[in-house]
Design a protein around this ligand. Structure first.
Ligand code: BGC
Length: 717
């Protein structure tokens, strides 16, 4: 519809109709099977809101949505369509690896393709907007939502966020609106505890946590979601400075700002609004266009406009943005756009999921044991061998029936192997207890089986967290495997050294003991629908692992938050002088994580050479290098370019990622990699919060992990 027609429509709408566009209701008011992703208050919405609410959350299904949409539009005075939204986080029906795993592929093009598949499956079942991508830089694995992010690095979150937005909105014929979340800084929740507050300096907030948003906004996402917490003690859902001044005026965002579930109402709980009326005023003044599931807008906006406490122009602006979003999705022309247009879980969708899962697995250790030979005696052990629990709590529409188990795959591929679960998964209830006593471990069957293992046998242990141990509201204080699995592993380790451990998890775990006693470790994250096949193929060398860590794996939980970009300190620890007590270190553990950001092994070897770094007259930095495969099998290496600011007026990080390129190489093949970086990308805030983007002395390095450089140069730009 032309924009003038949309304006005309707005001018004809009543105040209640306009407020309706600013309210999002859970699908529970429309469909008894709607998925609930939050708590619904006891107070029922006013009757008119159910008739006019502009969007619905958590309903899916072709027939259902057809029915709800038809009835809604028929009774709506201007026949404005609803928009159905939901959390399609890492796939809709075909489930891709969790975003944290996707980031480990260092392959934004493939991540984008996965998002476009998710969009077409979602759209086909009536969803026209997803609350994804989440680009909260996250460095504390106690936080359960780390799985939803692209890890610890701001640049990575920005690149992957942008790729996903493109995938959802542009790449698919059946595009859906994307939503960047949670603006901003939610990954820094204190102590990794969900819904907790954030204490952060303005500089770190802008340089590290807002940066991915600025990058991903370039893809023009339809929506941005506010976070629950406060920045400098001002909750974001009522924060005019952050939403109107920073997000809209400075960063130029002209899409729809949506609150998080109930976050406007929570301004009262946070103690910054005396009551719901005041909460509504603050959020409207801050420019929040849609109130997701709080009573504030639905009960108060109308009165606030009528008594002049907020201008009607605020309502017009917000309602208009929602109408524009609906218009961009083509809903005015066809309110059923996309319905039934795509099949789910097609062979193509599965193939792409397989590809992305393979690329997201990170080989952390390999003492000449992998790949395994199909002819040797191999025992696959652990609860994940016969389980379909490869999805996550954020794959709310994922279908476990579509997942094959490792045992199924081994049989299908006619690989001779014994499969012994050996111990249980935790139950949902047990996930809530810090330590669960191992129960059935001493079953006689297990004992007998353990006794058959000899030192010549190879055991692939597939261990990990339960699906509900990560995701929203799944913060953990301990990062260990369930006790029962750990003990099971130890018993196997007493009988053979030939252990390959595959870890299924939504976050980095404390893997120290597992890693010490395994000859190989594969981090498979929560791998999605095609997880089992991807894992089996890596173990037997049908695919060559190429993932690199998008997040550090801590040595133990006492180290968190730990990340490669730590701010420089004095009292630098010098590994050559461990006797120096007065250095920045732990007395009892190393400073470095068990496995650092950017790290990941392959079945082949690579060499990086011919590194050249030049500051061009075009105010750009040009980096050039060659990468070659010096091993015997084809594989992909990720060339990583980092920088360090030398001599600045404020203390800066030790290292920051500024570019990466994944390069596939046949054995013996050599390719050139060139990066061209605008000098503004190295800019930072000085002591007066003024941006510095010239006269910078930089050390640029090229490596294949944050802790391994192939070369570096110092330049001035
Ligand atoms: C989460 C959001 C999510 C929303 C809707 C909230 O509790 O924080 O990320 O999009 O619920 O499900």
């Amino acid at each position: 519809m032309e924009i003038y027609k949309l304006q005309q429509l707005l001018s004809e709408m009543s105040l209640q109709e306009k407020i309706g566009q600013m309210v999002q209701l859970t699908g529970a008011y429309f469909d008894k099977d709607a998925v609930l992703t939050g708590v619904v208050g006891e107070q029922l919405p006013p009757e008119w809101i159910i008739r006019y609410a502009g969007s619905v959350l958590g309903v899916i299904g072709k027939e259902k949505i057809y029915d709800i949409q038809s009835k809604y539009m028929e009774q709506h005075p201007h026949h404005i369509p609803l928009i159905f939204m939901a959390d399609v986080i890492h796939g809709c029906r075909t489930i891709f690896p969790i975003p944290l795993g996707q980031a480990c592929s260092f392959h934004p093009e493939l991540v984008s393709e996965a998002a476009s598949i998710a969009a077409s499956e979602a759209s086909s079942e009536g969803l026209k907007a997803t609350f994804s991508p989440m680009i909260d830089v996250s460095r504390d694995p106690r936080w359960g939502r780390m799985m939803e992010s692209f890890g610890e690095d701001p640049y990575m979150n920005g690149i992957m966020g942008k790729a996903m937005v493109d995938g959802y909105q542009q790449k698919s014929d059946q595009g859906v609106a994307a939503c960047l979340k949670h603006f901003a800084g939610y990954g820094a929740v204190n102590a990794g505890r969900e819904y907790n507050d954030v204490e952060i300096s303005q500089r770190t907030f802008l340089e590290q946590y807002v940066k991915p948003f600025c990058m991903a906004l370039k893809a023009k996402p339809a929506m941005v979601m506010t976070a629950f917490h406060a920045i400098d003690r001002k909750p974001i859902s009522g924060n005019k400075k952050l939403l109107r001044e920073l997000l809209r005026d400075k960063e130029g965002f002209d899409g729809t700002v949506i609150s998080d579930w109930g976050s406007i109402g929570q301004l009262v709980e946070q103690g910054v609004a005396a009551d719901m009326e005041e909460a509504a005023v603050q959020a409207a003044e801050a420019g929040v266009d849609i109130d997701m599931m709080s009573p504030a807008y639905m009960f108060w906006l109308e009165k606030l406009v009528e008594n002049g406490k907020i201008p009607e122009s605020f309502i017009d602006e917000s309602a208009f943005r929602v109408l524009i979003m609906k218009n961009q999705l083509g809903l005015f022309e066809n309110p059923f756009a996309g319905l039934g247009k795509s099949e789910k879980l097609t062979p193509y969708h599965r193939a792409k999921a397989y590809e992305l899962t393979s690329e997201s697995c990170v080989l952390l250790k390999n003492e000449k044991i992998l790949p395994l030979c199909q002819k040797q005696r191999v025992i696959w052990a652990g609860p994940y061998v016969t389980s379909k629990e490869f999805l996550s709590r954020w794959s709310i529409f994922g279908e476990h029936e579509a997942v094959e188990t490792i045992e199924d795959i081994l049989q299908k591929k006619q690989i001779k192997a014994e499969c012994i679960p050996g111990c249980r998964m935790l139950s949902d209830e047990e996930c809530k207890i810090w330590q669960v006593e191992p129960e059935r471990f001493d079953e006689p069957g297990n004992e007998r089986w353990l006794e058959t293992i000899t030192g010549d046998d190879t055991v692939v242990c597939v261990l990990g967290e339960h699906e509900s141990q990560s995701g929203e509201a799944a913060s953990r204080a301990f990062l260990t495997l369930p006790e029962e699995q750990q003990l099971f592993f130890e018993r196997i380790a007493k009988r053979t050294r030939n252990i390959v451990t595959v870890v299924i998890t939504g976050r980095p775990l404390d893997l120290r003991r597992i890693s010490e006693k395994s000859r190989a470790v594969i981090m498979a994250w929560r791998p999605g629908t095609m997880g089992a096949e991807a894992v089996v193929d890596i173990v037997y060398g049908r695919t060559n692992p190429s993932g690199k860590l998008a997040v550090s794996i801590p040595w133990c939980v006492g180290q968190v938050p730990v990340s490669y970009w730590d701010i420089k300190t004095g009292h630098i620890y010098d590994a050559d002088h461990p006797e120096n007590r007065f250095s920045s270190r732990y007395m009892d553990i190393p400073n470095t994580p068990l496995y650092p950001f950017g790290f990941g092994l392959s079945y082949t070897e690579f060499n990086i050479s011919d590194i050249e770094v030049q500051a061009g007259p075009d105010k750009r930095v040009h980096v050039h290098c060659k990468v070659s495969n010096t091993g015997k099998v084809a594989g992909a290496e990720v060339v990583q370019c980092y920088y360090e600011t030398l001599c600045s007026s404020v203390v800066r990080p030790r290292k920051e990622l500024v570019r990466f390129q994944r390069v596939f190489l046949e054995p013996g093949e050599k390719k050139t990699v060139d990066f061209s970086i605008d000098r503004e990308e190295f800019s930072y805030y000085d002591e007066n919060m003024e941006i510095v983007c010239s006269q910078m002395k930089l050390r640029i390095s090229i490596g294949n992990s944050s802790d391994h450089e192939w070369g570096n140069s110092v330049i001035f730009v």
